[in-house]
Design a protein around this ligand. Structure first.
Ligand code: NAI
Length: 740
């Protein structure tokens, strides 16, 4: 089955997201809605979406639009028709009738429903029609959420379902899990249950919403929006509808029922327009007082808002055992929530799936959890879990496990896909080396380094791990949300606060030496990024020999925002790349001025397509839709480069003073226009000094080590500057830039 043309009916949140993603995969797609204006508006929304739904905005015209009355003919040519209209069965039934009258023989018809069972959706179809009908449940935002649940019916031709699955994996890059027709399928059944437990336990145990979100967040391996933040993001009214549907579809004795019950505070919020971020606010709201925005949080008892308090549990990364063994209310809450989630998820095996593994995958891909409930159980340890858990009668999975006491019950991961993923090959490593910032997996012919810190921020230990792993071909990758958000600024600022600038210098020097090792050691090094690849993270990538990049990346050198300049080889490598252009061969100032512009403005790209014109990525770098394929693409690069020869060292000829003057002129103009302020000027001049080659002239050659020295000196002067320190502290505290 070839899918060459797709029609999507319903151009709301999901229809437009799916259309954009098909466009990302270069599949011709038409969006139909009640009126053409609605689909046109949808196309507009796609274009302006942030984070962008399109990998390449210039392709927006590839999404055709129309309405279901005048343009329904397009359905005749489609190989796949996706219905994504409002969640109303009468409307959906009418649309199916029309589609099946018009579709070409054998074309697949699917619904994006999140709550209507397939048996209800397909009740008016003939058996022949049912053969080609299924549910394809995408998650929002479609480009960024990895999960796609495919729900089949008993009449389906399994070969066809499989080829649809393959198409969605290979072309759309989704983790496609085929599941049964049970309420909420896999992801929402467990994910929404988990949210409800986290919420109801917070009420019961009298935690504030900030406290609950601090626990049911990063330390648990859940995105930092936690539960109340996530409620606001999804929409409190939408969640209420989702719960109604679970209450209707699930048996009365399902443990989901008690946690799905109406909560008076929530009704009140919805009635008053507090539907979350799209409304006046929700559990959190932004209040403006005296022209200042203040984030406020609701009190679950009184319903009153007061300024939100930051809760610091002092657990920066996912650490379930640390969390549940705390002897305070946070530990009690964490255990109560986690144990209930594990009990519920395991009670559904084999009822909703006989592969418990798929539940974990659905939680990782559909809710961005670091690990699913069964992985949590593995992490806690079977013995520990059963020592603490209360009754679990009738839960066959737990009853069996409590008897077998098998600590190695888990087996393989990612069973739903045939792709050789990082998760699948990890257990085959011959040796593991761990330090506090990275794990190295040593295989016979190659190594893999995974960073393991918060946002994979880099420190001395991260570099140590990389350096030690260059004794073989090396792949740098991980499964967490970010490849690396850059150098660990907290770590760096601790030295500064202790007036230990020598240690900062030692660290940056080590960073540079390590990157040199990555580039010039005798074995090839591949970086395989996904998510944030910023600052120091980008410097690691840009000095690797090969790149296999996920299409969902945010990449760039952003150091100037915090009053620094890239000093791990970022300036050097960007200058080298731009020096290879024809323009640079004609004009010695061309490349430095380009790089001055890119780094000075801290430009970032949100996809490989945007990254290439900036030369953050090269045309030959691999661009990969399916994140699961990053490992096999990286391994292939290593296999193809068995006779790897390290590149020659870079050398620069730069104009020095006259070039620096040109750059300063640009800065002065920006300063006069108030685009930059005093410290912006200072940072800009340091950058100009580096990129113009410092005290040099065109007839001299600057070696790579000399260039590294220029970067290091500028960095040290800046980090000693109080105004840079203010910028860093502000960004660490608020996540926002400080313009000073
Ligand atoms: P939406 O309300 O944003 O969009 C629905 C669109 O359908 C609107 O543009 C509306 O004009 C159009 N429409 C209504 N009747 C129509 C008809 N007869 N013919 C053509 N178009 C018609 O809804 P949303 O959120 O995009 O949801 C669509 C489907 O996806 C629903 O089944 C929902 O359950 C499901 N879903 C929603 C998710 C979400 O996060 N919003 C996530 C996963 C699934």
């Amino acid at each position: 089955m070839d899918i060459k043309k797709v029609v999507i009916i319903g151009s709301g949140t999901m229809g437009s997201g799916i259309a954009a993603h098909l466009c990302n995969a270069n599949v011709p797609v038409t969006l139909l809605d009640l009126k053409t204006e609605i689909s046109e508006k949808a196309r507009d929304r796609i274009y302006k979406s942030r984070p962008p739904l399109l990998i390449d905005k210039s392709k927006i015209e590839n999404i055709k639009v129309g309405n279901i009355n005048d343009n329904f003919d397009v359905v005749r040519e489609a190989d796949w028709i996706v219905e994504a209209v409002v969640e109303r069965i009468d409307i959906k039934h009418n649309i199916y009738e029309k589609i099946f009258k018009n579709r070409k023989d054998g074309a697949i018809v699917s619904s994006n429903t999140s709550s209507i069972p397939i048996k209800v959706l397909s009740e008016k179809l003939t058996n022949e029609e049912k053969k080609d009908f299924c549910i394809t449940h995408f998650f929002n935002p479609v480009r960024y959420m990895g999960l796609l649940e495919i729900v089949k019916n008993e009449n389906n031709d399994l070969n066809k379902i499989n080829s649809l699955k393959n198409f969605c994996e290979e072309e759309l890059g989704k983790g496609a899990i085929v599941c049964n027709d049970t309420p909420g399928f896999l992801g929402n059944r467990i994910g929404v249950y988990a949210m409800q437990v986290a919420m109801t336990e917070a009420f019961k145990m009298k935690l504030s919403i900030e406290e609950a979100d601090a626990v049911f967040g990063r330390p648990m391996g859940v995105p930092k929006t936690g539960v109340f933040g996530l409620y606001d993001l999804i929409g409190i009214d939408l969640m209420a509808d989702v719960l109604k549907s679970f209450i209707k579809e699930l048996p009365e004795n399902d443990p989901f029922q008690p946690v799905a019950k109406n909560i008076p505070l929530i009704n009140k919020l919805i009635e008053n327009g507090y539907t979350g971020r799209k409304g006046k606010g929700g559990f959190y709201r932004m209040n403006k007082e005296n022209n200042q925005k203040i984030l406020e949080a609701i009190n679950l008892d009184s319903g009153e808002y007061s300024p939100s308090k930051k809760i610091d549990l002092k657990i920066e990364i996912t650490d379930i055992n640390n969390l549940i063994s705390r002897k305070d209310k946070y530990g009690d809450y964490a255990w109560s929530v986690i144990s209930k989630i594990i009990k519920y998820a395991s009670s559904l095996v084999p009822g909703i799936t006989d592969k418990f593994n798929d539940i974990d995958e659905a939680m990782r891909l559909g809710f961005n959890w670091a690990m699913g409930p069964f992985e949590m159980l593995k992490e806690i340890g079977v013995k520990n879990f059963f020592e603490r858990v209360d009754e679990f009668e009738g839960n066959k999975f737990l009853e069996d496990l409590s008897k077998s006491k098998n600590e190695n019950f888990y087996g393989e991961r990612q069973l739903y896909t045939n792709i050789e993923t990082l998760g699948k090959i990890r257990p085959q490593a011959l040796k593991l080396e761990k330090n506090k910032s990275a794990i190295t997996h040593r295989f016979k012919d190659f190594n893999i380094v995974e960073f393991t810190t918060k946002a994979n921020a880099l420190d001395y230990d991260s570099m140590d791990a990389l350096k030690a792993a260059t004794d073989k071909p090396l792949i740098i990758m991980n499964e967490s949300m970010q490849f690396s958000a850059g150098v660990n600024l907290t770590y760096t600022m601790n030295f500064v606060d202790n007036r230990d600038l020598k240690s900062v210098e030692k660290f940056i020097k080590y960073f540079q030496d390590t990157c040199k090792e990555l580039k010039y050691s005798k074995y090839p090094v591949v970086s395989a990024p996904s998510g944030l690849t910023l600052g120091g993270g980008f410097e690691v990538l840009v000095q690797s020999n090969f790149v296999a990049s996920h299409t969902n990346i945010v990449i760039g050198l952003v150091e100037t925002i915090v009053g620094l300049i890239p000093a791990g080889g970022g300036c050097k490598e960007m200058l080298w790349r731009w020096s290879q252009t024809d323009e640079a061969k004609k004009d010695p100032d061309y490349a430095p001025l380009k790089v001055f512009d890119i780094i000075g403005y801290a430009k970032t790209a949100t996809s490989p397509v945007e990254a290439e014109p900036l030369k953050y990525l090269k045309p030959e770098d691999k661009k990969i839709m399916n994140r699961n394929s990053l490992f096999s693409a990286s391994k292939k690069l290593l296999d193809e480069n068995k006779n790897f020869i390290p590149p020659a060292q870079c050398k620069f000829k730069l104009s020095g003073k006259p070039l620096k003057e040109k750059m300063v002129k640009i800065l002065e103009k920006l300063y006069n226009e108030k685009v930059i302020l005093d410290h912006g000027m200072v940072v800009g001049i340091e950058l100009a000094n580096v990129l113009s080659g410092g005290d040099t002239t065109l007839d001299k050659t600057i070696s790579e080590d000399e260039f590294f020295k220029l970067e290091l000196d500028a960095f040290m002067r800046l980090i000693e500057n109080k105004k840079t320190q203010e910028r860093i502290k502000h960004t660490l505290a608020t996540g926002k830039p400080l313009v000073n």
